[in-house]
Ligand binder design. Structure first.
Ligand code: CTP
Ligand code: MG
Ligand code: K
Length: 185
């Protein structure tokens, strides 16, 4: 596959993992997942990880995957590439994994003395990618699909790992600029 096809496939396949964090920013608030509990001197996760943000983020990503399935024939036709559709297990796992990766990163941030909202370069940009790919590959295995290996070929994976941090930095800077986010990362 040519580079264009690899980039389009990478972006398309990761869209259900990209949306949850942004949806969580819009939906956030309410009860924190850790219920205020602490571990050592710091919060377990902090007020930035809420039930509502997590749930809305997960569902937004899953709904997007279902929407992309409906659009796939037309979009594949338009770009001249056979884009993947998302089996239900994958449609659920990609966004849930993204949210869990982000939550795991907050756990690590609190353990390393970083306050809520503090930047953690590298981790902030890739936590949700690692989480979504990991959970999607587990779901793939559990449901005996061959979706993961068929979709995330080595070149597609490489583009995901390079492209995602760039997209993450630019969307967060934009969300900050228009006042949706408290910090530009
Ligand atoms: N958010 C949420 N639930 C999540 C993830 C995010 O409610 N599971 C909302 C919160 O309002 C959060 C905002 O989205 O403040 C931005 O997300 P993020 O940058 O991940 O959280 P931070 O506030 O920076 O907290 P942390 O330092 O723990 O990452
Ligand atoms: Mg943050
Ligand atoms: K984060």
């Amino acid at each position: 596959m040519e580079l264009f096809g690899v980039v389009v496939t990478a972006f398309w396949a990761m869209l259900p993992a990209y949306i949850p964090n942004n949806a969580a920013v819009l939906a956030g608030g309410g009860r924190p997942i850790d219920g205020g509990r602490t571990m050592g001197d710091s919060r377990l996760l902090g007020d930035g990880k809420t039930w509502r943000g997590t749930l809305v983020g997960w569902l937004a990503g899953a709904a997007l995957a279902v929407g992309l399935n409906a659009l796939e024939p037309g979009v594949s036709d338009a770009v001249g590439i056979a884009l993947p559709t998302f089996p239900l297990a994958i449609a659920l796992a990609l966004p849930l994994g993204a949210m869990l990766g982000d939550i795991g990163a907050s756990f690590l941030k609190r353990r390393s003395g970083r306050e809520r909202g503090a930047p953690f370069p590298g981790v902030d940009q890739l936590d949700f990618v690692v989480g979504s790919l990991l959970l999607a590959s587990i779901a793939d295995f559990a449901a005996s699909l061959s979706w993961f290996a068929d979709t995330f070929t080595a070149p597609v994976l490489a583009v995901v790992l390079l492209m995602t941090p760039m997209l993450h930095v630019s969307t967060n800077a934009l969300a900050y600029a228009v006042g949706l986010k408290d910090e530009p990362w």
